[in-house]
Design a protein around this ligand. Sequence first.
Ligand SMILES: Nc1ncnc2c1ncn2[C@@H]1O[C@H](COP(=O)(O)OP(=O)(O)OP(=O)(O)O)[C@@H](O)[C@H]1O
Ligand SMILES: [Mg+2]
Length: 359
Amino acid sequence: MGKRSLIGLDIGSRMIKAVELTESRDQVELSALDVIEVPGPGHLRDALRELVGRGGFHTRRTVTAVSGRAVIVRYITMPTMTDEELRNAVRYEAGKYIPFEVEDVILDCQRLDEEGIAAPAVASPGSGMGSTAATKTDEMRVLLVAVKRSFIDDHVALLEEIGLVPSIVDVDSFALGNAFELQNVLRPGSHPVDRTVALVDIGSYKTNINILVGLASYFTREIYVAGSDFTEAIGKRLTIDPSQAEAVKRNPGPRTEEVRETVASVLDDLCHEIFLSFDYFKTQFDREVDEIYLSGGGSLLLGLDETFQRTFGKQPVRWDPTEALTVRADRMNPADLRSMAPLLAVPIGLASRIRKEER
Ligand SMILES: Nc1ncnc2c1ncn2[C@@H]1O[C@H](COP(=O)(O)OP(=O)(O)OP(=O)(O)O)[C@@H](O)[C@H]1O
Ligand SMILES: [Mg+2]
């Protein structure tokens, strides 16, 4: 069997992360990795161009994600029906769940089986909705995703303009779940099937949550509190500009206590929002979150673990989404890779779609 590669391009609001996964036999190799910072709004195109221009990738086929308020994700319950029927029904049902005109959105849906969901892709040129075996109950859970068509069109146009070949447009929270699934598929047995894990990715602009029972997703949410809010609080309090505030946040040195106090209320807000999500999940499914798995650059904030410990009564787990991948030490420095690991959950999840592609 030949080798195939796919790029997972995570266009974060602050950092663009690109990983390339190459699949051969039963191995998934991390065959390329590049990260570039977006200095501010208006610099996205140039940053992307630079990243792609640096080469280093063996393919142009790319999976990206959209996120934010233009993306609507709903978990709904519907009578059991075939995929064909579901496809039709969803067009009628969607109006109830989305705040946009149905004609203006790209819709996708996926029935949710008990184990190992294949999350829908909002736009997947050339492939339709994935089909899964019918469940035998009279109701089924369905994941519905709607994204404004113009939003996807602009996104795809941008990728094509910089010379990439868009393969799938995904959603950040699903990518997070897919990275966790990949880890567990490559290391079978490492995660108990009945365990409830909340994946929490704290970025710059937003925090994504995906709650999984085993490997099945039950709840996702995006919270608009994250790393840049910490930076902003520091800037205001210490009356320094954003780039200085960013530097102080990452390396507070003698200002450690001041920084800790300054970010405390933002961190409490974030934990409170996460708490509300866990609470909602608990009332809906009568299950507690057993573990919190953290990722995202924003999770590196000083004092964050203590606040999580205090709010949730458990120590958050810092996981390494690269752990189960094959890495060639002659191509990638293991220490560099480990230091980047917190940033890589979403891009690895995006590229992990390589395993689900048709051959
Ligand atoms: N050592 C550190 N301490 C605290 N924060 C950090 C550290 N390193 C990076 N960050 C923060 O991490 C954030 C970037 O992380 P990440 O790349 O996950 O976000 P993003 O994907 O660009 O954002 P989003 O997902 O919200 O669009 C920035 O807010 C940055 O300030
Ligand atoms: Mg991000």
